[in-house]
Design a protein around this ligand. Structure first.
Ligand code: ADE
Length: 270
């Protein structure tokens, strides 16, 4: 005979069973090591999301984390929002909430090197915050926020050499060798649309591309000791025509950079 006491005990047991299953599922997801893929804007993740098999989406601090596989590789794909603060905050949430083996940042950038042209690819070997320093009576004086072993390294965050090689080889496969460059990316909270500032970025930092998130992701990954690489397709020349160029070429450039990430996934599998 079922009485109320028995019904309550059965209900409680069923509830406990469900909650234990839920916890097990979550723990399993989070203990699996994943590649973290980050972009700043929607058009920079759209091709990746359409190519991925997404198991579920979790929202942390208003940022959506898409958990699944991309061409067979376990990934978390996330759009951080634009600028150093949004990128650093979302990267920190990613590294705190998932087991991330490597981080790949993909997106568009302004071409700064004399040789880098619109739709060329830059694989960062190192990144620097070009807008970090002191505003003096004589103007802005850059000051490194990063210690380095020697003076040449001060202020720079270095990408993982194996990821750089993988990204470079993948980019060459997708774009052809003549369109792929390795070098320094300069990051700041400014959209650069100035020929004069392009010269400063070249001369002061040896930069070949500029954008608004890479060095902040690099700083977070360095703190957490997670290997990272930043790859960017050039959408503009960071000159007076930069806004128009991004309007015309931005989506194509974003897709091209995503194609290289996909090629990286394929290369990891083989
Ligand atoms: N992202 C794409 N183009 C850029 C530019 N010119 N400056 C900063 N970030 C960019």
């Amino acid at each position: 005979m079922l009485n109320w006491k028995r019904i309550w005990i059965i209900l409680l047991a069923v509830l406990m069973l469900f909650s234990a299953a839920g916890c097990a599922g979550k723990a399993q997801t989070q203990s699996e090591s994943r590649i973290g893929i980050i972009s700043a804007m929607d058009n920079e993740v759209s091709l990746l999301l359409s190519e991925a098999e997404i198991d579920h989406v979790e929202t942390i601090g208003s940022v959506e984390f898409h958990v699944g596989t991309l061409h067979g590789q376990p990934v978390v794909i996330m759009r951080s929002g634009i600028g150093k603060v949004m990128a650093a905050s979302a990267a920190t949430a990613m590294l705190n909430n998932y087991q991330i083996s490597n981080v790949i940042f993909t997106g568009i950038a302004g071409a700064v090197g004399d040789e880098t042209q619109v739709l060329d690819q830059v694989i960062a070997t190192r990144l620097v915050q070009h807008d970090y320093g002191t505003m003096t009576n004589e103007g802005f004086v850059w000051a490194s926020g990063v210690d380095g072993e020697d003076d040449d390294e001060k202020g720079y965050y270095f990408c993982d050499p194996d990821l750089v090689t993988l990204a470079y080889d993948s980019a060459v496969q997708v774009m052809g060798e003549e369109h792929v460059f390795k070098g320094t990316i300069a990051t700041g909270d400014q959209f650069v649309a100035s020929e004069e500032y392009v010269k400063t970025l070249q001369q002061s930092f040896d930069a070949i591309a500029c954008e608004m998130e890479g060095a902040s992701i690099a700083a977070v990954c360095t703190q957490y000791e997670v290997p990272f690489v930043v790859i960017r397709t050039m959408s503009d020349k960071a000159d007076g025509n930069a806004h128009e160029s991004v309007d015309n070429m931005g989506d194509l450039a974003a897709d091209n950079s995503s194609r290289i990430v996909i090629q990286m996934m394929d290369a990891m599998r083989s």
